[in-house]
Design a protein around this ligand. Structure first.
Ligand code: C2E
Ligand code: CA
Ligand code: CA
Length: 701
């Protein structure tokens, strides 16, 4: 409003309101700036200046340079009485009510006088409460402002506000100032120019540019290299535009240092990728690597590489856990991981799949050969004894190889087929490796069918005991029989014990099966002529089962067979287990009066030291040494050494698999005491045929 208009409005107002003594004047922004007093206004308006009273000057000129002010807290009545004496003239023009110097409003003396004369107290109260209300609302506003400020200051994220047009910093909170360091102000004001690449400021400018490209309020991670510090900081930031009147749009930036959070997250991710026990990468990493190598969507349509997966499974690991406890099992697994690291090139991925299963992913040219070399090396490595505290155990491992794309079409199949090959290796004697072949699937299916049928074989009466004669060389008489289990399958016919005995061990059936074999053998043994003994095979797994001694005791008691007519044939693999435990069972059996023979001597790992430690009653030289006789010099050397050792230890030395006369003669010459083999007689359901006259005599030409 122009000054002359102000004059006109004021004049009209005073005319219309004869009681109005005072008018407040506001400036262009509607802020109260002062007052117009009726009398002096009219005087000036009428006589001195006329319509041009304000002479087009700013309204502020109409005010007294110094206004009479009254603190809102002052007692209005007291003030009026006191002030009337002193500045009667001034007071008529009104005064400004303030609160600690801040403008609250204007008032006139008339109201005050009215208050003093008529409703002194109530008006004074009204005036006071008016002042109070004004003050309160101002204080509430102030509190609001302080609250907002305090909140912004205490937010632990960076809060910064800049003008969009010129980029100047309007606000930054404490966390923001700390985060950006001293540079922030310069940068925010765009007043400095980055000097070197990697310079903090250049990084911030680059981050700004990145944020500006993001959709509003969409956070993104920015990386900063702090000069002088080794580590990078990760800042998660977003920008939000704030429209403002007067074209003064602002940009709000919210940012947070997430370095520690990200680091913790990546540590958790790392944990999820590695096996805690061995520190080897785990199955997740294997899957990831396979996906990145073989998944078309990830690798694109480019030629995919050849990869070989080697699946590894420790043999007899369950025995370690069962016999020595889980700590021992853990030790073996860690040791296994160390061997894996040694045997495998660093560029290949070695993982622990879980339990005692490991795998190696090999990618290289001429893969088939390489993976076979690695598999062979691993086999050898696993054959080395494992050390558990002060004990030594022999485990070995079975390995399967599958190669993409030759053996499979995708990652899933690659794993399945490597596993299949591994199972095939396990089913075929363990301690060895196999490359996948399509026939294996069938083999495995047959095996699981066979498992089912073996479980029922006993009840269905498909099992029998055949006896093979053993002859003493000294008098050429049959002194006993080895009992050999036979399974006649309704469709497959004879299933060899070398197949169904390990199968029974694997499926946990050997206890039941072994018990039946022992009972049946003892019963047959009882029917043989007095003095004839029977030998029953006891597998290593069976030997470690609890209750073996009791089972044998019961079989002897039930059949009435004398304990000294029963011989148990055990193999060297029995000795690998917890020695103390084996020794206890061994001695308990000996105490029953049962004899114990060491079977297949020379094929295992056991050395002559075992022969000294265990008081075996018999040593059975394996067929493989007999077949080389009489030509093979090393076979001869071994047979004669065992013969000498046996006589020193007081053990009978028996040769197995004797098929020819020349073998028999060589054995006789080398000092062997007993023979068993097709030459003497094949295993048979009818042992009496070997007892016909000439009674027990070897039928040789
Ligand atoms: P083993 O204990 O070494 O048994 C001797 C094996 O050699 C038997 O094979 C027998 O038939 C065979 N054999 C005997 N004389 C000759 C010969 O002159 N030439 C040749 N080439 N072979 C001969 P079988 O019956 O197939 O048994 C194989 C293996 O199965 C046995 O080897 C034994 O380890 C296991 N086994 C057999 N029956 C039982 C059993 O009742 N319990 C347990 N735990 N294992 C058994
Ligand atoms: Ca045997
Ligand atoms: Ca044998």
């Amino acid at each position: 409003m122009r000054p002359d208009d102000v004059g006109q409005v004021a004049f009209d107002w005073f005319q219309a309101q004869p009681g109005c003594m005072l008018l407040a004047v506001a400036d262009a922004q509607a802020r109260p700036v002062g007052q117009l007093e009726r009398t002096s206004f009219l005087l000036r308006f009428g006589s001195q200046y006329g319509n041009a009273i304000y002479a087009r000057r700013p309204v502020s000129l109409t005010m007294e340079p110094v206004n009479l002010m009254i603190e809102a807290d002052d007692d209005a009545v007291e003030f009026a009485e006191r002030a009337l004496d002193l500045f009667a003239d001034e007071l008529w023009r009104g005064f400004i009510i303030v609160d600690q110097g801040r403008y609250l409003g204007v008032s006139g003396m008339i109201e005050l006088l009215r208050a003093t004369t008529q409703e002194r107290t109530s008006n004074a109260r009204k005036l006071r409460s008016l002042a109070d209300d004004l003050r309160k609302s101002n204080r509430a506003l102030e509190r609001q402002r302080r609250l907002a400020e305090a909140v912004i200051e205490h937010i632990p994220s960076l809060i910064a506000v800049r003008g969009q047009r010129d980029g100047t910093l309007r606000l930054i909170n404490r966390a923001g100032a700390e985060m950006m360091g001293k540079l922030n102000e310069k940068v925010m004001r765009r007043s400095a120019v980055a000097s070197r690449p990697g310079d903090m400021m250049q990084q911030i400018l680059r981050a700004d540019a990145t944020l500006a490209r993001q959709p509003p309020a969409m956070p993104c991670d920015l990386t900063f290299t702090i000069p002088g510090a080794m580590q990078q900081r990760i800042i998660r930031a977003m920008q939000i535009p704030i429209p403002m009147p007067d074209d003064d749009a602002l940009t709000l930036t919210i940012a947070e240092d997430v370095t520690e959070v990200r680091r913790a997250t990546s540590r958790i991710e790392e944990l999820a990728l590695f096996d805690v026990l061995t520190g080897l990468p785990n199955r997740v990493q294997l899957n990831n690597r396979l996906i990145s190598l073989l998944d078309t969507e990830v690798s694109g349509a480019m030629a995919r590489p050849e990869v070989a997966l080697i699946a590894i499974d420790l043999d007899r690991f369950k025995m370690v856990n069962d016999t020595f406890g889980h700590d021992a099992g853990d030790m073996v697994l860690r040791e296994m991981a160390a061997r894996l690291r040694l045997a495998v090139r660093p560029e290949d991925l070695s993982v622990r799949i879980g339990g005692d299963e490991f795998a190696v992913l090999v990618s290289a040219p001429s893969l088939a050969t390489l993976s076979e070399i690695v598999a062979q090396r691993l086999c050898e490595s696993m054959k080395q004894p494992f050390h558990i505290r002060d004990k030594i155990v022999h485990l070995g491992g079975s390995i399967g190889i599958a190669i993409y794309p030759h053996d499979c079409q995708n990652a899933d199949e690659l794993m399945k087929h490597a596993d299949m090959a591994m199972y095939d290796a396990k089913a075929n004697g363990k301690g060895t490796w196999r490359r996948f072949s399509p026939g294996m699937r069938e083999g495995l299916e047959q095996r699981s069918a066979l498992e089912m049928e073996l479980r029922q074989a006993l009840a269905r009466g498909q099992l029998a005991i055949h006896l093979q004669p053993q002859m003493d060389i000294a008098d050429r008489r049959i002194s006993g029989f080895e009992c050999l289990a036979r399974w006649t399958h309704p469709d497959l016919g004879q299933v060899p014990p070398a197949v169904f005995i390990p199968l029974a061990e694997d499926i946990g059936l050997i206890g039941e099966l072994g018990e039946w074999i022992i009972q049946q053998s003892c019963r047959i043994g009882r029917t043989l002529p007095a003095g004839m003994s029977i030998a029953v095979n006891v597998s290593a797994v069976q030997f470690r089962l609890p209750g073996l001694v009791e089972c044998i005791q019961a079989a002897l008691a039930d059949s009435g067979l004398e304990a000294d007519r029963l011989e148990l044939e055990v193999t060297e693999s029995m000795l690998i287990a917890d020695e103390a435990q084996v020794m206890i069972s061994f001695n308990r059996l000996k105490a029953l009066g049962v004899r114990i023979a060491l079977d297949d001597f020379g094929t295992g790992f056991a050395s002559f030291t075992y022969l000294k430690r265990y008081a075996f009653d018999k040593i059975k030289i394996d067929r493989s040494f007999v077949s080389g006789l009489p030509q093979d010099a090393s076979s001869r050397a071994i047979v004669s050494a065992v013969a000498v050792l046996g006589s020193q230890l007081g053990a009978v030395v028996t040769a197995e698999g004797v098929e020819t006369d020349v073998q028999y003669e060589a054995l006789e010459r080398l000092g062997c005491m007993q023979v068993q083999g097709y030459l003497i007689g094949r295993p048979s359901a009818d042992p009496y045929q070997y007892l016909q006259p000439p009674y027990g005599q070897k039928r040789m030409a």
